[in-house]
Design a protein around this ligand. Structure first.
Ligand SMILES: Nc1ncnc2c1ncn2[C@@H]1O[C@H](COP(=O)(O)OP(=O)(O)OP(=O)(O)O)[C@@H](O)[C@H]1O
Ligand SMILES: [Mg+2]
Length: 274
């Protein structure tokens, strides 16, 4: 079991703990054998902070994300949001949780219906959330403008008529329309080329500063993690094997696994100093 002092220490500028998980484990049964995809993970997400969870493919990042989003039940452990145990909430409480904790995934195509324009997609999302029609257009405009897109230019477009970065920013705008407190981005930038990636990373970065959002950024790329996050947790085989501020992880990594991840991005130390 992870001891409480295992938790990442809060920096003084950060807010109260908004979301946390304690001793969360997920086991899957595959062809008669048991896989522990997430193994006794405890993490805290203070208000208005960015935490990156980084690790190689199969280390359990998305499984952890799905449990935090309450899209998948935990095998054991507790998820707490605003001091309330949300591990097994249902019905109205769960629907409220799902508006406050929004997600952006790797492949925006999978989240788009190809036959809807961006405008109809966003309006449908708001209708489902029972936002009155007369408020919807203003909200759509506000959120698109926030992610640096001109509503007039994109509302009539279909998903295939936009770049990957544009699609990804539409997904961020859609999440923002729900006025979330937490945004969980699972490999949200990994399908983008370098320029578009920086563009989306900057949007995510501003969410914390401008809107006070708590961002959980999941990636296999420790370079991106350190670019964006205040703090980093490193996962290996379902366990958190390292955690700390970006500076701590880059300049004094504790484990070989983290050192290996860092070796892939030799420029990281220099870029942090400059
Ligand atoms: N629904 C499932 N049933 C069985 N095993 C699963 C299921 N989902 C995930 N796994 C297994 O759990 C482990 C962790 O998977 P997960 O998708 O969480 O990894 P990840 O860190 O997100 O990887 P990637 O970087 O490739 O997205 C893997 O071994 C995977 O095969
Ligand atoms: Mg994943």
């Amino acid at each position: 079991m992870n001891a409480p002092d295992d938790m990442i220490t809060r920096s003084r500028t950060e807010g109260d703990i908004l979301l946390s998980c304690r001793n969360v484990t997920k086991e899957f049964s595959v062809a008669g054998s048991k896989i522990t995809a997430v193994d006794d993970v405890s993490l805290e997400f203070p208000e208005a902070s960015v935490l990156a969870v980084v690790g190689e493919s199969g280390s359990g990042k998305s499984t952890l994300a799905r449990m935090l989003l309450r899209l998948m039940p935990v095998t054991s452990g507790t998820i707490t949001y605003r001091d309330q145990d949300v591990t097994s909430i249902r019905g109205r409480a769960l629907r409220e949780y799902w508006t406050e904790v929004q997600a952006v995934f790797q492949d925006p195509f999978a989240s788009f219906n190809q036959f809807f324009t961006v405008g109809s997609l966003l309006r449908r999302s708001l209708a489902l959330a029972q936002v009155p029609k007369d408020e919807a257009d203003a909200l759509i405009e506000e959120c698109l403008t926030y992610v640096d897109m001109r509503p007039k230019e994109v509302l009539h477009k279909f998903p295939h008529q936009m770049s990957g970065g544009q699609r990804q920013r539409i997904m961020v705008a859609r999440a923002l329309m729900m006025r979330p407190k937490v945004l969980l981005a699972d490999e949200a930038t990994s399908m983008l080329d370098a320029t578009l990636r920086v563009n989306v990373l900057n949007v995510l970065h501003d969410l914390k500063n401008d809107l006070g959002l708590t961002v959980l950024f999941i990636t296999h790329d420790i370079g991106q993690a350190c670019y964006l996050a205040d703090r980093v947790a490193v996962m290996e085989d379902g366990r958190v094997v390292e955690r700390g501020s970006v500076e701590e992880v880059i300049f004094s990594p504790q484990g070989d696994y983290t050192r290996r991840l860092l070796a892939d991005v030799p420029d990281l130390r220099g870029s942090l100093k400059s």
